[in-house]
Write a protein that binds this ligand. Structure first.
Ligand code: SF4
Ligand code: SF4
Length: 125
């Protein structure tokens, strides 16, 4: 089990796109193959951000910034009842931020989440 550590440093990256998960084999069947699917989606500003072949998922990323994102990358509805549940829980798992280099959160195996300073992190790459 992976445990989240760190805190949000308000880079705003996760608020600039809409991310959707679709059923991989259905999408590939519709378009013939992955390259055809990517081409079709690219004309609409949709990027295939990744895939999970084992669980039959494809991940789409669409560049549509949230209307509640301020210019300074803060959230207009932070600490109000209008903040969506997904945002309150984000990032829930490692895959949520796998393609966001700027994100200050990290995920580590449960026993490694609170390593004392100076101890090399065996999960570091
Ligand atoms: S509601 Fe706030 S936290 Fe959620 S995507 Fe919009 S700006 Fe980001
Ligand atoms: S990508 Fe990570 S650090 Fe950046 S705003 Fe989202 S949660 Fe915060």
């Amino acid at each position: 089990m992976l445990v989240r550590s760190g805190e949000c440093e308000r880079c705003g990256k996760c608020c600039e796109t809409v991310n959707l998960t679709v059923v991989r084999d259905v999408a590939l069947q519709q378009h013939g193959n992955l390259e055809e699917l990517k081409l079709y989606l690219s004309y609409r500003g949709i990027q295939v951000a990744g895939e999970d072949v084992e669980n039959n998922f494809l991940f789409y990323s669409i560049s549509i910034p949230c209307r509640q994102l301020n210019e300074d990358k803060s959230c207009r509805v932070h600490e109000t009842p209008d903040k969506p549940l997904l945002c309150l829980r984000y990032p829930k798992e490692k895959a949520d931020v796998a393609d966001i280099e700027e994100c200050s959160y990290s995920f580590k195996p449960a026993g490694l989440a609170y390593l004392p300073q100076g101890v090399p992190d065996p999960s570091a790459r």
